[in-house]
Design a protein around this ligand. Structure first.
Ligand code: NAD
Ligand code: TYD
Length: 345
């Protein structure tokens, strides 16, 4: 069972597992919120070893029924509300999906799995649970939790429940905490796809605060390969930090993106950068995230496969070739929501 498989990272994980492991039967469980789109999976939806089930992880009966319908052996749990700005607007949805939804899945696994040695419950989490760094240092697996947004507080809480089920009920869990991802099929409310979409539509490029906040960006397919490594080779009860040693200030990243977009669109140099607009900072904006990924590198032999320049270029190419995808996922209420949020700042 892969939860949240119609979302950004989940769709890459589903694609990887369905393609690379034809002997596995992959059951994708997703509620299809605004962030979940089956268009993300059209290339694998007809495969024999893939099934989609529309279900809400908060619905205990549906989850329990699916465990028994498919005799679920392992879970890779990615379903979540994932956008920090939305968590500031409305934290309760994050508590429900990320905390209560995770505990609902843990309960279903605990009840269904009698021989706990034969299973894995893998919880996919974020580096944001560790809080915010100054200019020095990195998050390790031993960094104390210090979540500061409603999103990271909900993910930290779900991480704690996963560990609690390991210690209290011997549920065979694994966890990972990853830095910011980028790549294809990324919903255009997050920094990189939002900027690409706005450049295409000649809209302002909103930079929060002074633009000097730092994120550590990882190619989404490298996150999927890390999840594969942890799922197959990681130790039960342990967590692994995942990141690509690739820190950028927001403004440097957006300037670089603008330069690449001008080149790819054949526009005069500096055209896209003219759209950059500094706006009111995000409340409680974390200054810097940076991951020390030595544990997963040394113990599981995982390393990222692509540098940022190539990854970003490929990402832009994907969006330019898939404008219909952008139109589809942003149709409906999203565009009004975005314009309203932007105007409020
Ligand atoms: P996303 O928002 O793109 O996708 C989330 C998916 O979960 C969507 O398909 C949505 O429909 C589904 N979902 C939401 N609520 C649900 C519910 N109640 N029941 C069933 N399905 C539901 O998120 P993403 O960026 O792909 O992130 C996936 C996971 O990875 C999350 O757990 C997130 O915390 C974690 N993560 C994300 C990043 C990142 O940079 N995006 C980094 C590290 C960790
Ligand atoms: P985001 O993609 O929302 O990821 P996260 O907040 O989980 O790290 O934002 C990445 C960074 O970009 C973060 O520092 C906030 C900033 N940002 C902007 O400056 N403008 C924007 O329009 C967005 C969405 C984000």
């Amino acid at each position: 069972m892969i939860t949240g498989g119609a979302g950004f990272i989940g769709s890459h994980v589903v694609r990887r597992f369905v393609t690379n492991y034809p002997d596995y039967q992959i059951i994708n469980i997703d509620k299809l919120t605004y962030a979940g789109n089956l268009e993300n999976l059209i290339d694998v939806e007809h495969k024999d070893n893939y099934v989609f089930e529309k279900a809400d992880i908060l619905d205990k009966k549906s989850v329990t029924d699916l465990f028994s319908k498919y005799t679920i052996t392992d879970v890779i749990h990615l379903a979540a509300e994932s956008h920090v700005d939305r968590s500031i607007e409305g934290p309760m949805e994050f508590v429900l999906t990320n905390v209560v939804g995770t505990v609902t899945l843990l309960e279903a696994a605990k009840d269904a799995w009698t021989d706990k040695n034969e299973h894995v419950f893998y919880h996919v989490s974020t580096d944001e649970v560790f809080g915010s760094l100054e200019s020095e240092g990195f998050f390790t697996e031993n960094t104390p939790y210090d979540p500061r947004s409603p999103y990271s507080a909900s993910k930290a809480s779900s991480d704690h429940f996963v560990r609690a089920y390991f210690h209290t009920f011997q549920l065979p869990v694994k966890m990972s905490n990853c830095s910011n991802n980028y790549g294809s099929h990324h919903f255009p409310e997050k920094l990189i796809p939002l900027m690409i979409n706005n450049i295409l539509n000649d809209k302002p490029l909103p930079i929060y605060g002074n633009g000097l906040n730092i994120r550590d960006w990882l190619w989404v397919e490298d996150h999927a390969s890390a999840i594969d490594a942890v799922f197959h080779k990681g130790k039960i009860g342990e967590s692994y930090n995942i990141g690509g040693l690739n820190e950028w200030t927001n403004i440097d990243l957006v300037m670089f993106l603008c330069q690449l977009m001008d080149q790819k669109l054949g526009r005069p140099e500096g055209s896209a950068a003219k759209l950059i607009t500094y706006i009111k900072d995000r409340a409680g904006h974390d200054q810097r995230y940076a991951i020390d990924a030595s544990k997963i590198r040394e113990e599981l032999g995982w390393t990222p496969s692509i540098n940022f320049e190539d990854g970003l270029s490929k990402t832009i190419d994907w969006y330019l070739a898939n404008k219909e995808w952008i139109d589809k996922v942003t149709s409906g209420s999203y565009q009004n929501y975005y314009d309203q949020q932007y105007n409020n700042r």
